[in-house]
Design a protein around this ligand. Sequence first.
Ligand code: NAG
Ligand code: NAG
Length: 225
Amino acid sequence: MDYKRLVHKFLKYAHNSDLTMLHYFFRFSFALIAGVVLGSSGSATVGQANGQLVGSSVTLDYGTFNGFANASTGIIYFRGVRFADAPIGDLRWRSPVSPPTKHLGIVNATQFADACIETAQITVSPGTSEDCLFGNVFIPIGTHVDDKIPVMIWFHGGGYQLGNTHNAPPELIMGSSSRPLIFVSFEYRLGQFGFLGGTEISKNGELNAGFLDQRAALQWGSNGR
Ligand SMILES: *[C@@H]1O[C@H](CO)[C@@H](O)[C@H](O)[C@H]1NC(C)=O
Ligand SMILES: *[C@@H]1O[C@H](CO)[C@@H](O)[C@H](O)[C@H]1NC(C)=O
């Protein structure tokens, strides 16, 4: 499977006083290994000022996302980046609408967004929501235009019933990698919202919406929006 231009527009326009854009391009193939999608042979052109990626703000068609850079870890963090409309109301049990249709304005992308509701939850506990189609993008500070950087895309486990991206901080894998990599993680609908079966759903909805969320997440960047 050929997966192009991950995080394409995500990095296409970095908002920085001294930073103009930039071409961002990924071309790589990936293999599914134990639930981990691992990019390789990547070629990236990212925000450039003196050959460095600087700043921690990017503007997509549907909003400006302000992340933050941590010099201690060497990572630029973008958390809670919406990649689809909220799958609520008429969109419950349906295909995700991605990229989002509403302009989000300026988004504080420093904190994780709500996680998807788990099967066993009988209430909507704090930090969880049906509105949970968000991703997180972690980029090494100092990424150069011509760097060939692998991209690891990670979907959490949990038997499609539980779990989220919050317990997968990027520091260890990015810090221990012998070469720089970009780490990306996505939420997807779980349990009764992502994988409810039955004829009612198949007649008036979409089966395996959680997988459609994963697919939308993978396509998010390559759509160039
Ligand atoms: C930056 O990283 C260091 C080292 O992990 C950590 O102690 C610190 O809290 C981080 N800063 C922020 C603002 O997250
Ligand atoms: C973003 O949100 C965090 C956590 O709520 C807050 O500490 C920070 O000040 C916010 N940043 C801006 C620019 O509002």
